[in-house]
Design a protein around this ligand. Structure first.
Ligand SMILES: C[S@@+](CC[C@H](N)C(=O)[O-])C[C@H]1O[C@@H](n2cnc3c(N)ncnc32)[C@H](O)[C@@H]1O
Length: 891
């Protein structure tokens, strides 16, 4: 065979006829000397379908090598003994292959330059070392692939481009034995209390024995694994916890119900049981904030992933255009959730696999929603992004403790599930054809999650149940709603709809956890969320306080009388401020005023019949149509620096969100504890959902003071201070506390306002304010946009943080009812805040001191007079100039 015919590239597979019987060299660990050394082998046969070559080594052992992995072995043999075997030349792929494949074969004319450039065929130690390291690395990777393929031989798990290695006869035998052992173990499970342990022990013993008997040398991958903390020599030994008293629990009988009295669950009296089970939700500020922060960061990366993907796609399109080539249009990758998850792990170093929590998850209330499994995974709530059962492994909670589940997902993936809301038969995991029709195609075994749910019965530990629900706000049109704790009360092993054996567990919702918010889940589909809003609204006193100005009518509801309120009928005192009819007429003023109020403008307004103090601006006309998707809003809403933001896409998203109307059905309702009217939504509002903009008349702040005190003689309870806020405050993390910087403008809802002005204060608010610039760039007068800072269930009051100083000044104190409400923090704190508020307002010229008040009024009057003087002067000047011109023109 001519040596020339042996030139293969890394892209061309060598024909078997050409390399049959050729020499290869590969490093393995020698079992006798315990050292890694090169072994010689020859290529014996070829599996054309899978493209794997069988190599038989000098000691009689054989292995199957993928064709791409074979090339360096052939090259190495050729380099080591040029006369023994012709060399394989890696041609046509640049210097990298040339430097790797040192060749002694006679080069063809076409590849002569490469041959000359290639290193000489003299065995060089450095080169040899590098080559060995590379091969070891490859062998390790190949070993991992092979192990993965032999573990889960599904098509989806196979490495792309590399077919699975065919099993050797020995391996076939070992696999058959393992399967047999497993089967035996499974049978034993029904008869014994700890069958899994027995079968496992038997299994591993058998394999170890076989390996010894075969005297098989260890492959580098296995050796390396041992060195890296496995059980091999020199590896640090794993420390085991000192074994406590062994836990002995009866195994539940199939079909029997096990219900334990609260406080009498077996786990409580088990010696050495080291796991806390949280029976009550922990909604402390620390716990809630921890989760919120994780969600916010996740959301940031989620949006970033979408934006990056859009940028990438546009770059590809631009490149195609520049080259004049129009290939296949690039499609954006559709998994921003997984991208966000991986960034959370890689950038935030989030320890997803930390301690699992049994019972309620701290900071996550019943009814809370997440919009992707990845989000729940990052939060630590359900830490497996695909599997439906998250569990604590056997022995983790004590010596001999069974595994137990902490959280289950009901996603409609198992056709044998039977969900009746408060009670459901939950099918265990396994045997499901997840990639295709989600049919049950194989028998399930009592392992992993299934054994864990059995453990829940044994220990009396409840599981968290989360149902997948239809939700248009989610990226995939769904959300994951937490339904609370369910006790696992029974299990059965039955033939399912597909005549396969499945394990099923009866889950029963614990009592006293409030109404069930989610709809039951059916196989293959997600039912729509149940409307918890009553179909017939009671106590409607006004059908639409916006008089048709809002896209969705805003009703006013007074149903306090339903609860046995004092008057037993609606009060009907709708705030007389909903007449927004004339606002459209004022549109021409938008923009002019915010660019600067000057004397000229004030004079103009006077002429038009306005009081100088009243300068109408409203953002009302920009509030229209539906809002954008939830979960994308945190950064979609821009801070004030619209143009300088590094991501131009965000600037576009900004308009998509806040220029549109609230998509939620809002209504105002009479509160039952003397806070007047409040706002709630008939829909779930997802975290960062755009609730509504605060609409009112925009006044110059100082003139507004004057107006409020002298003209209206009312409390300034609808005044929104538009002081500039920090640019970084765009993710809701900051409390909405009025900024120290003095506001030049206020939005006043005294005479004209929308539903946004009815949001009450809470010391633990569920909404936040984000100032946004969209039609102009005057930072002094932004649009005041209100967003949800968490997922808000329907009919929950929407609240804002007005700032503690402000809340301390409410007549009768703050009545928000929050656990850490300022009014509960003792009179001192409230008095302190009140004092602060007074000082603040005194500083702004609104002190109680009569003299100061008078002075302030004088200043306003003086200023007005000055303005008039300036206007008069200017007018006189203009008249003079005009007169002059006329005279000149007359000459
Ligand atoms: C912007 S208005 C909110 C709508 C108001 N509840 C209504 O009926 O029109 C602000 C006023 O509501 C009342 N308020 C808001 N939150 C409150 C709270 N947490 N406790 C007591 N009063 C509150 C105070 O009178 C405050 O000045």
């Amino acid at each position: 065979m001519a040596a020339d015919s042996l030139r293969w590239t890394v892209d061309t597979m060598p024909p078997f006829q050409e390399i049959e019987g050729r020499l290869v060299i590969k490093d393995f660990r020698d079992e006798e000397t315990k050292k890694v050394r090169p072994f010689k082998g020859t290529v014996k046969s070829f599996d054309a379908k899978r493209k794997w070559y069988r190599v038989v080594y000098e000691d009689g052992d054989s292995e199957d090598v993928w064709w791409k992995d074979l090339l360096p072995l052939l090259q190495r043999a050729a380099a080591a003994s040029p006369t023994a075997a012709p060399a394989a030349v890696c041609a046509g792929t640049g210097g990298k292959q040339g430097s790797r494949g040192s060749s002694a074969a006679a080069p063809s004319p076409a590849s002569r330059s490469q041959q000359l450039a290639a290193p000489a065929a003299v065995p060089d130690m450095q080169q040899h070392k590098e080559q060995t390291a590379k091969q070891q690395h490859k062998a390790k990777a190949a070993g991992k692939q092979a192990a993965a393929a032999s573990k889960k031989p599904t098509a989806a798990k196979e490495p792309v481009g590399r077919p699975p290695r065919p099993r050797t006869e020995e391996e076939e035998l070992a696999a058959a034995k393992k399967a047999k052992d497993k089967q035996a173990g499974k049978k034993a499970l029904h008869a014994s209390s700890q069958p899994k342990k027995r079968s496992k022990g038997k299994d591993s013993e058998g394999q170890g024995g076989e390996r010894k008997a075969a005297g098989k040398k260890r492959k580098p991958a296995a050796a390396a694994k041992e060195g890296a903390g496995g059980t091999g020599e020199g590896a640090p030994k794993r420390r085991r916890k000192p074994a406590g008293p062994k836990i002995e629990l009866p195994v539940p009988k199939l079909g029997q119900e096990y219900v334990y009295e609260p406080g009498q669950e077996p786990w409580r009296s088990v010696p050495g049981f080291s796991w806390e089970v949280k029976d009550e939700p922990d909604l402390s500020a620390a716990a809630v904030n921890r989760l919120r922060n994780v969600q916010r960061t996740y959301n940031k990366y989620y949006i970033q992933a979408e934006v990056d993907e859009k940028v990438r796609v546009e770059a590809v399109l631009a490149d195609q255009k520049a080259r004049g080539k129009f290939g296949k249009e690039p499609r954006p990758a559709n998994r921003p959730d997984r991208a966000a998850e991986s960034r959370m792990v890689n950038v935030e170093k989030l320890a997803i696999r930390g301690q699992r929590v049994a019972g309620h998850y701290p900071g996550w209330d019943i009814g809370s929603r997440a919009y992707s499994r990845s989000e729940l995974c990052c939060m630590g709530f359900h830490r497996v992004p695909i599997a439906g059962i998250d569990f604590v492994g056997a022995g983790k909670a004590g010596n001999g403790a069974p595994p137990f589940a902490t959280s289950v997902m009901v996603s409609g993936w198992y056709q044998d599930d039977s969900d009746n809301g408060a009670e459901l038969w939950y099918t265990g995991e396994g045997g499901n054809d997840l990639l295709h029709g989600r049919n049950q195609v194989a028998d399930q075994s009592l392992q992993r999650g299934n054994a864990a749910l059995q453990g829940n019965i044994m220990l009396g530990i409840p599981v968290r149940v989360t149902r997948k629900q239809k939700d248009p706000h989610g990226h995939y049109g769904c959300c994951y709603l937490y339904d609370g704790l369910y006790d696992v009360v029974a299990m059965r092993h039955v033939k399912g709809k597909e005549q396969t054996w499945v394990y099923q567990f009866l889950l029963r919702r614990r009592k006293g956890q409030g109404p069930l918010l989610s709809e039951r889940v059916e196989w293959g589909g997600i039912a729509a969320a149940r409307a918890i809003v009553p179909k017939t609204r009671q106590g409607v006193v006004d059908l639409d306080i916006s008089r048709g100005k809002e896209e969705r009518p805003v009703a006013a509801i007074d149903d306090t009388w339903l609860a046995g309120g004092a008057d037993h009928e609606p009060q009907g005192d709708i705030p007389p401020c909903t007449g927004l009819d004339d606002i459209a007429d004022e549109r021409q003023l938008v923009g002019k005023v915010v660019r600067g109020i000057n004397a000229e403008r004030i004079a103009e307004l006077r002429e038009q019949g306005y009081t100088p103090a009243v300068q109408y601006i409203t953002q009302y006309e920009f509030v229209g149509r539906a809002a954008a998707k939830a979960g994308q809003l945190a950064q979609a809403v821009l801070p004030l620096e619209l143009k300088t933001h590094p991501q131009p896409y965000l600037a576009k998203l900004n308009h998509a969100v806040t220029q549109r109307a609230s998509k939620y059905r809002l209504e105002i309702f009479k509160t039952r504890n003397g806070r007047g009217w409040g706002v709630r939504s008939l829909d779930t509002i997802p975290q960062f959902g755009f609730v509504v903009a605060y609409v009112g008349e925009v006044y110059d702040a100082e003139e507004h003071e004057h107006l409020v005190r002298t003209v209206e003689e009312q409390d300034a309870e609808y005044t929104f201070d538009m002081a500039p806020r920090p640019d970084t405050n765009w993710d809701g993390t900051e409390k909405v506390v009025p900024d120290q910087a003095k506001a030049e403008f206020v939005a006043c809802g005294l005479r004209k306002r929308n539903v946004g002005a009815f949001l009450n204060h809470s010391c633990a608010p569920n909404c936040f304010v984000q100032p946004v610039l969209d039609t102009h760039h005057d930072r002094r007068c932004p649009k005041i946009c209100i967003f949800a800072s968490e997922n808000i269930a329907p009919m929950t009051e929407l609240t804002l943080d007005y700032g503690e100083a402000y809340a301390a000044g409410f007549q009768g104190g703050c009545k928000c009812g929050a656990a850490d409400c300022i009014s509960l923090r003792g009179p001192q704190a409230a008095a302190g805040h009140q004092r602060q508020a007074q000082e603040d307002s005194a500083g702004e010229g609104d002190g109680e001191d009569g003299e100061e008040e008078e002075e302030a009024e004088e200043v306003v009057v003086e200023e007005e007079e000055e303005v008039e003087e300036v206007v008069e002067e200017e007018e006189e000047e203009v008249e003079e100039v005009m007169e002059k011109k006329n005279k000149e023109g007359g000459v």
